[in-house]
Design a protein around this ligand. Structure first.
Ligand code: NAD
Length: 356
């Protein structure tokens, strides 16, 4: 039997979950605020044609918890939140975003939004017409713009850390790398990998995205059916979550999994342990893909400086090594070690908050 929504909220320990409905625009959104111990909950808004409302709520709950860990392990003074809008992205409109902006505004800054899958800087501009609690707004409005290049660069730095750990060198020359999903983040990541001399394979369900990526780079396109059958050194998930699961793990031939997608492990403990047993080095998703959050976080706190953000993003390399060492020393998976480190910071800051 599927776990009820309230049981999920109880298990994942969310502070607040808001359901938004507007009959005029057809807006149906879920804003999930997981934990605000470290600061306001910052996380993007995803628009997706979910097969059920329950699936959308589950996605919002899992994504927002990931944001709590992402901010915590990255040393940011931010909590974890995320929103999903149920619907076909081709139906996006100014009215929909402005109505959604009013809902975000009603939370008085407890939740701050940004881009995610199927949302853009233009959408953030519309939201900004109704609330100041939005980041990733365009440069021409004084914002930090699309966070994807920073997410991609951080993921690239993380891939080099993984290569160093596995093969003793950051050098990606000739390494076969499969990038699943060549949207906002995936395309920038492919650019970095190609420049670094890797042999890049790409897979997407959207032909336009494949064409855009292929025109800009020398890559090999594979179909979703061929993807896990293609022998590669590194698998970089950059599409939707839960691609590491009971069905895909037996097919994996790679030595490293390191990509930008959120919630890559379908069941965190079981699948984290299964890939470890298979000898695959895994880069915890919320750690390696934190570059975009660092960028919008600086915007939210009005301390935006591109050089400083870039340096912070490059820190993902060392932070991953720290987690690999911690996981080895404590005999746990990399994902479990990263969660433990994030929870330790939240607990420590929580104690200070209690004193003040
Ligand atoms: P996007 O919507 O721009 O790109 C996603 C791409 O994945 C699209 O081209 C889509 O067609 C493709 N896709 C969807 N399902 C697929 C499948 N089954 N097989 C192959 N391709 C598939 O989104 P994005 O902003 O690039 O984000 C990608 C992932 O990275 C998401 O999981 C997102 O949550 C995560 N992420 C993004 C950022 C950011 O800065 N944008 C930050 C952190 C994490």
């Amino acid at each position: 039997m599927k776990e009820s929504i309230f049981d999920q909220i109880e298990r994942l320990e969310h502070e607040q979950v808001v359901l938004c409905n507007d009959k005029h625009t057809g807006l149906k959104a879920i804003i999930a605020i997981h934990d605000t111990t470290l600061g306001p909950a910052l996380g993007g808004t995803r628009m997706w044609n979910y097969s059920s409302h329950e699936d959308a709520i589950t996605d919002a709950l899992r994504l927002s918890r990931g944001m709590t860990y992402k901010a915590a392990i990255s040393g940011l003074n931010l909590g974890g939140g995320k929103a999903v809008i149920i619907g076909d992205p081709s139906t996006k409109s100014e009215e929909l975003w402005r109505r959604y902006g009013k809902f975000v505004n009603s939370l008085n800054g407890k939740y701050i939004t940004a881009e995610d899958v199927n949302t853009s800087t233009k959408d953030m501009e519309y939201i900004h017409m109704e609330t100041k609690h939005v980041t990733g707004i365009p440069h021409y409005m004084g914002g930090s713009g699309d966070p994807s290049p920073f997410t991609a660069y951080g993921t690239f730095c993380g891939i080099k850390a993984c290569a160093n750990k596995r093969w003793g060198s950051d050098d990606l020359t000739g390494k076969k790398i499969m990038v699943q999903g060549v949207g906002h983040v995936g395309q920038y990541l492919v650019d970095h990998l190609c420049k670094a001399g890797a042999e890049v394979f790409i897979c997407d369900i959207n032909d336009t995205k494949l064409k855009e990526t292929k025109v800009a780079n020398k890559v090999t396109v594979v179909t979703p059916e061929e993807m896990f059958k293609t022998a590669v050194d590194i698998y970089a998930p950059c599409a939707m979550g839960e691609t590491i699961n009971d069905e895909t793990i037996p097919q994996l031939t790679c030595e490293i999994i390191a990509g930008a997608a959120n919630n890559q492990l379908k069941v965190e403990k079981t699948h984290g342990e299964a890939i470890k047993e298979k000898g695959i080095l895994y880069a915890p998703d919320f750690l390696i893909n934190a570059g975009g959050l660092m960028n919008v976080g600086a915007e939210a706190y009005n301390v935006y400086n591109k050089d400083k953000v870039t340096a912070d993003v490059e820190g993902i390399y060392d932070r991953l090594h720290m987690i690999f060492n911690k996981a080895e020393a404590e005999g746990m998976t990399n994902q479990a070690a990263a969660i433990k480190m994030a929870e330790e910071r939240i607990a420590a800051v929580g104690k200070i908050n209690a004193v003040l």
